[in-house]
Design a protein around this ligand. Sequence first.
Ligand code: ATP
Length: 479
Amino acid sequence: MAAPNIDTIVSLAKRRGFVFPSSDIYGGLGSSWDYGPLGVELCNNVKQSWWRWLVYERDDIEGIDSSIILNRMVWKYSGHEDTFHDPLVDCRECKSRLRADKLQVSSGETVTAGADVAAMIRQKQVKCPNCGSTDLTDPRPFNMMFRTTLGAVADEDDPTALAYLRPETAQGIFINFVNVQTAMRRKIPFGIAQIGKSFRNEITPGNFILRTREFEQMEMEYFVHPDVEHLQLVDEWVEQYVEWFTTLGLERVNLRLREVPPEELAHYSKRTVDIMYRYFPERAEEERQWEELMGIAYRTDFDLRSHSNKPVDDEGKRINPDSTEDLSYFDEATKQRFYPHVIEPAAGVNRTVLAVLMDAYSEKKNDKGETRVILKLRPRLAPIKAAILPLAKNKPEIVGMAKAIKRSLQPVLRAVYDDTGGIGKLYARQDEIGTPFCVTVDHQSLEDEAVTVRDRDTWEQERVKVADLAEHLQMRLKE
Ligand code: ATP
């Protein structure tokens, strides 16, 4: 079973310290969220899992960490200044600001891709989702990049000081292509991976951590020869990511592929396939249950070429007079120089975390018929791997032994000590946050140097010698 809806996860996440509404004491800040003690661990475990999978386990990918604020020229030549727009519509009735391509037709469905929304608005075929009015303005482009100014400028609008917070991590990779390739002596095909925050001034953020203005991406640019079968490579990466998501615990039935139609493709893309997750299982209409988890795009040589100083237009004029570098690649084998083409799998940390939480959610009845929540996270993603619990907290020997076990486990796995309730309550709390094992120290432990290890999913218990505990848990955590 998975969570019945996102709201179930919102309340669990707040109650148990995964995710809190940000700036709550000042009334919040338009769908911003803060990650609590367990949320930060879960995010880190997802990111580590991705990094290990791509950068460590493969031989053809390097990692980098580029700046969030880049020279403004990066965004000029990447095309973001001119084209990174969403269509904005105002409701004249309730003054809501809406995304034209996400509006609902009067019959209830979302506007279909490529539809002439302006005409539909004029014909009163679409309505405001907040007040139902059909009195909407024509759509106009709204650039989603956050602006800032660099240095001690006198004038906020000084164009020489204008800078942006990056709306994607990818450009930091492209501008470092030659640096990485030469420093690491790489031959294509090879990839560069990066994890980091991105910022988009979304018109309508919402649905918890699904769409926020500040979020984290895990992007990888895979550089290949211009002559390979790019469209087929997209399929290969889609397959590998679907496989990776299932290793994170996502059920295949909750994942779906979507070939992005040509009219929706980003300016740099020749083909994009989105991997969608069933974030809205409660919606009756199957088509409306899905939202993008990640996208895999074939970006051609668009970015490397447009950041390079060599290419010229039909009249022989340099297309990019601001760049000082040529980001081409020399192929020793064929003695050819060219701009490598790029396949880009771009995933979101936050959307992955939400999918992982939703898929891990389950409920089970105990002996008394009470419903218990169990978060069946894959052990390597669980924020806490083992909770060490004393059966009697007023017995100093038992407490001492439990704390010593916690300390001895800490160097090999994340363990916590907890004595803030009766054992039933402590078990329930650990089940709800996805801790795979509870280790209970009881009176008998003082005699036989053994403890009880309880499994989160089966609630079965077994007796394990303290001397063998670390190895026992490590082995089972690999399952
Ligand atoms: P959408 O169509 O949902 O706005 P997108 O197609 O613009 O997303 P990409 O540019 O492909 O998104 O970004 C890659 C990934 O980054 C997305 O698949 C998603 O996981 C994540 N992402 C993008 N925008 C946001 C956001 N506002 N909040 C959270 N994650 C995001």
